[in-house]
Design a protein around this ligand. Sequence first.
Ligand SMILES: NC(=O)c1ccc[n+]([C@@H]2O[C@H](COP(=O)([O-])OP(=O)(O)OC[C@H]3O[C@@H](n4cnc5c(N)ncnc54)[C@H](OP(=O)(O)O)[C@@H]3O)[C@@H](O)[C@H]2O)c1
Length: 183
Amino acid sequence: MDGIVSDLQMVCVVAMARNRVIGDGSGLIWHLPGDLKRVKELTMGCPLIMGRRTWDTIGRALPGRLSIVLTRNSDWSAPEALAVQTIDEAIEAGAKWLAQQGQGENRLILFGGGEIYAAGLEYCNLIEATLIDAAPKEGVRFPAFDESAWEDIHLQSIEAGQSHPAFHYHQLRRKNPVPPPGR
Ligand SMILES: NC(=O)c1ccc[n+]([C@@H]2O[C@H](COP(=O)([O-])OP(=O)(O)OC[C@H]3O[C@@H](n4cnc5c(N)ncnc54)[C@H](OP(=O)(O)O)[C@@H]3O)[C@@H](O)[C@H]2O)c1
């Protein structure tokens, strides 16, 4: 049923190293046990706003979610993706889709990568962060941001294993919330 989504929120979901590296440009650097499951739980039923390069690294739509892909190329398309050219268009398309779903969901997910986090972080009041005890020398980075403007809530830590460093789930909540996106 069509309707209006009240209290639309944009939530940033990211896994990053201590130096804000999020990937090597063609994919993720780490395979952290349980993290993809957590991402699925955090994002199910929501529109995902992602850059065209992140779409390319995933290569398909994630079930139960709308893939909104930002590109400056007006000729770009993919069968399972909704292509948009500005962050405002992404917000509008996501809000419309949520209203059509009629499930009471009000979250748009800022899904990355680096360029899209940089374009959309100003609209987010919440960052669901996986912080990884690593600092790769090279890679795509989450944008530098003023950490003092966010309340940092530690949720859980997972110890290092043979094939992965230790990592930590945090919620970062903006101390002075910004208005809902699109307003
Ligand atoms: N660790 C994590 O949580 C996480 C999450 C997501 C992604 N990643 C990683 O991040 C890396 C990719 O990040 P990235 O920064 O290279 O690329 P990206 O942000 O995924 O995509 C960049 C592309 O998005 C489009 N774009 C960017 N800004 C735009 C704007 N303002 N308006 C319209 N279109 C815009 C452009 O597409 P066109 O070139 O088509 O014009 C640009 O080339 C990969 O390694 C991926 O695995 C990590």
